[in-house]
Design a protein around this ligand. Structure first.
Ligand code: PLP
Length: 435
C-alpha cells in the first residue's frame, strides 16, 4: 500500500500549476474579515472545485430521479451515473465496484460495521454471519490516537456484546507502541480498528505491520482512511484491510456522502444494519431475503447527487495526480512543523520535522488558549481548527485539553503556511503582552 509520500518520486505542483488549480476553487478567491481567505482547515472539510459543484447541479438540472427503481429514462440515467460514480471511487482506492457501499459519512460507515456485527452476535444472518459473532471476553483493539468516530462505536459494540476494548498506546514521540502488539493482539482479538493518518498528529501509521499482526491472530482489520484517502494513493486490495471508511466532504465532495469498503466475501456474509426499501430480493409478512452487497447496506432512497459529486471529486483528484498531491502536501507539512517547532512556546503534538506526514499538524501554545489563537488568526482571514478535534483521549495523553490545528490540501500555498506561522508568532506576542 502506498503510505509514504516521502518515498514518492512525484513532482510537487509548480507555482503556475498551483495557481491554475486554485482557480477551480472560487471560495479561495474571497475575502474574510477584510483579508484574503487563508483556508487551513481542510482536515475538517475540504473546499469544492467547480467540477464537483457543476456535477451535482447538472444532475439536478437534467436527471434527478430515484435510482434502481423507475422504469423511465431519467431513472435509468440517474442509476447509470450513480453506479459510474461508484466505479470511479472503487478505481480510486483500489477496490471492486461491489465492495463500495455508500453511507452518509465515515462515522455512519463505522457504526454500520459495528451494528452489523451486533446483529451477527444476536444470531442474525445465519451460518454465514456466525464468523462475526462476538462472545464475552473477545477483544476489540483500537489505538490511543483514534478520532471519536473510530472509538465510540467500538465502545458501544463492546458494551452490547460483552467484548473488551483494548488500545495500543503511544510512545513518547507520539507514534504507536508497535513493540506492544504481541501483548495486545492475540487469540481473543476479533477486530483491530485504527486510523491510517492521525487527524491530530498528521502522521501515517504502518498499515502493513498492523494488518499482519491482526491477521496472524485471525482478527478483522477496519481502517479509518478519512485523513488518508484525500491525500495519499490507496490500494485497498493490496493493503489487505478487511474494511475501510472515508468521508466525501474531506476530499472535495459535498457533505452527506461517505464510503464503506469491505472485502466482497465479508460484505456478503455480514447481516444488514439498516433495513427497508431497495435492499431486498423478496419480502413476505414474516421475513425477507436481502440483496448482495452493496445494495444490502443501502436501504432507502439514496444520496444520488452526492455520490455523483464524489465521483466527480475523485476524477478531479486523479487528474491532478494523487502522488503529486501527496508530494505537495508532504512539502507543506514539513514547512509547517519546521516553522512551528521554531517558534518559542509552541509545542507540536507528536513527531516534529523529518517524520513522514500529510500537511497537517496540531500544536499547543504555552499560556495561550487555542480559542484565542483561533480568534486572532480569524481576524486575519486565516481559518484553522481549535479544540480537541474529536480526539479527547489523545489530547489527554499529551496533557492538554485542546490544541490548534492547521491542515492543508492540494490548493494550499507555501505563502499560506507562512502567513499562519507569522500569525501564530504575532498572536503569542499579542497575548504575551496582554497577559
Ligand atoms: N476519522 C477521522 C480520522 C477523521 O478525521 C474524521 C473527521 O474529522 C472522522 C473519522 C469522522 O468523519 P465524519 O465526521 O465525516 O464522519
Amino acid at each position: 500500500m502506498t503510505t509514504t509520500p516521502v518515498a514518492t518520486t512525484a513532482r510537487p505542483f509548480s507555482a503556475s500549476e498551483l495557481e491554475a488549480l486554485r482557480a477551480d476553487f472560487p471560495i479561495l478567491m474571497q475575502e474574510v474579515n477584510g483579508h484574503p481567505l487563508v483556508y487551513l482547515d481542510s482536515g475538517a472539510t475540504s473546499q469544492k472545485p467547480l467540477a464537483v459543484l457543476d456535477a451535482e447541479r447538472d444532475y439536478y438540472l437534467h436527471q434527478n430521479a430515484a435510482v434502481h427503481r423507475g422504469a423511465h429514462t431519467l431513472a435509468a440515467e440517474a442509476t447509470e451515473m450513480f453506479e459510474e460514480a461508484r466505479a470511479s471511487v472503487a478505481r480510486f482506492v483500489g477496490a471492486d465496484d461491489d465492495e463500495i457501499v455508500w453511507t452518509s459519512n465515515a462515522t455512519e460507515a463505522i457504526n454500520l460495521i459495528a451494528y452489523a456485527i451486533s446483529n451477527a452476535t444476536a444470531g442474525r444472518g445465519g451460518e454465514a454471519a456466525r464468523r462475526f459473532a462476538l462472545a464475552p471476553g473477545d477483544e476489540i483493539v483500537v489505538t490511543e490516537m483514534e478520532h471519536h468516530a473510530n472509538l465510540l462505536p467500538w465502545q458501544e459494540l463492546a458494551a452490547r456484546t460483552g467484548a473488551v476494548l483494548r488500545f495500543i498506546p503511544l510512545a513518547g514521540d507520539g507514534t504507536l507502541r508497535l513493540d506492544l502488539l504481541p501483548d495486545l493482539i492475540g487469540e481473543r482479538t476479533r477486530i483491530v480498528a485504527f486510523t491510517h493518518v492521525s487527524n491530530v498528529l498528521g502522521i501515517i501509521n504502518p498499515v502493513a505491520e498492523l494488518v499482519e499482526a491482526a491477521h496472524r491472530a485471525g482478527a478483522l482489520v477496519v481502517l479509518d482512511a478519512c485523513q488518508s484517502a484525500p491525500h495519499l494513493a490507496l490500494d485497498l486490495h493490496a493493503s489487505g484491510v478487511d474494511f475501510a471508511v472515508f468521508s466525501g466532504h474531506k476530499m472535495l465532495a459535498p457533505t452527506g456522502i461517505g464510503v464503506l469498503y469491505g472485502r466482497r466475501e465479508l460484505l456478503n456474509a455480514l447481516p444488514p444494519f439498516l433495513t427497508g426499501g431497495s435492499m431486498i430480493t423478496t419480502v413476505t409478512m414474516e421475513g425477507a431475503e436481502y440483496l448482495p452487497a452493496p445494495q444490502r447496506f443501502e436501504a432507502g432512497t439514496q444520496r444520488v447527487s452526492q455520490a455523483i459529486a464524489l465521483g466527480a471529486a475523485v476524477d478531479y483528484l486523479s487528474a491532478a495526480g494523487v502522488d503529486r498531491i501527496a508530494a505537495h502536501e508532504e512539502r507543506l507539512g514539513q514547512r509547517l512543523v519546521e516553522g512551528l517547532s521554531a517558534i518559542d512556546s509552541v509545542t507540536v503534538l507528536g513527531p516534529g520535522p523529518g517524520r513522514e506526514r500529510v500537511g497537517l499538524a496540531s500544536f499547543d501554545v504555552a499560556g495561550v488558549h487555542s480559542h484565542d489563537i483561533g480568534q486572532f488568526l480569524d481576524d486575519r482571514g486565516i481559518a484553522i481548527r481549535v479544540g480537541h478535534h474529536c480526539a479527547q483521549p489523545l489530547h489527554r495523553r499529551f496533557g492538554v485539553t485542546s490544541s490548534t490545528r492547521a491542515s492543508t490540501y492540494l490548493y494550499t500555498t507555501d505563502s499560506e503556511v507562512d502567513q499562519l506561522l507569522e500569525g501564530v508568532s504575532d498572536a503569542i506576542a499579542f497575548f504575551g503582552a496582554h497577559a
